[in-house]
Each structure stands twice: as C-alpha cells, then as structure tokens.
Design a protein around this ligand. Structure first.
Ligand SMILES: [Zn+2]
Length: 118
C-alpha cells in the first residue's frame, strides 16, 4: 500500500472535530488523511493513531468511497459514533498494527495513544 497523503489544517476535518468535540481529529477520505488540531508530526509520532487511520484507508478500499461513507453514516445514526463497526475495527487495528508504524522507535505506552470521541 502506498503511503497516504496527509492534509494538515483540513477544513473538513475541522468540521468533524467541532462535531465530535475533540481537541484533534484525523479523518480518512479515500487515500488521504485529513488532520485538524494536530500536525503531521504529532500524528506520525503516534503509531496507534496511524494504524487506526490506515485501517480506515483499508476499509475505504474494501467498500469503495460511497459504500464506505454510506455505511459509516448509517451505522453512526444506528449505533452512535463510538460503536460504529468501522471504528471498533479501527481501534482493534490500532493495537494490532501499531508496531508497523513506529518509524524505528520503541512502541509507546498504549495509554498515551490519541483518544477519539467517545
Ligand atoms: Zn476512526
């Protein structure tokens, strides 16, 4: 998988951040990771966060852009943000795959990983 494009200060990620009420947000659209409230460096320094968003990129590829977004939004309405199955899977992937994204550094304490909305 080729490395994703990272968009800092993304207006659409800012909307998501305001909606979710979180300090920082990363949002995948297609193969791009949109950031708001976090720099590219802050994002890349958290291998759990990178692994979480890489799982969303994989989900996008599996379901297609519109398939992913339709199911994501319907599941949000049905289950609430925290219980969206795509989010549950991404939180699991964060733990399973973080070691792939450490950039040669030791794996940080999982307690320090980026916390999304609850
Ligand atoms: Zn997520």
């Amino acid at each position: 998988m080729k490395p994703p494009v990272i968009v800092e200060n993304s207006p659409i990620a800012r909307l998501a951040r305001v909606k979710l009420g979180t300090r920082s947000v990363a949002m995948v659209l297609g193969s791009k990771i949109h950031l708001s409230g976090a720099t590219r460096e802050e994002f890349l320094n958290d291998p759990y966060w990178v692994a979480h968003e890489m799982e969303h990129i994989r989900q996008f590829q599996e379901h297609g852009k519109f398939g992913f977004l339709r199911r994501y939004l319907l599941d949000w309405l049905r289950h609430g943000y925290y219980n969206i199955p795509f989010e549950v899977a991404a939180r699991e992937a964060a733990i399973l795959n973080a070691a792939l994204y450490t950039r040669g550094l030791p794996l940080p304490d999982p307690a320090k990983m980026h916390q999304g909305a609850r």
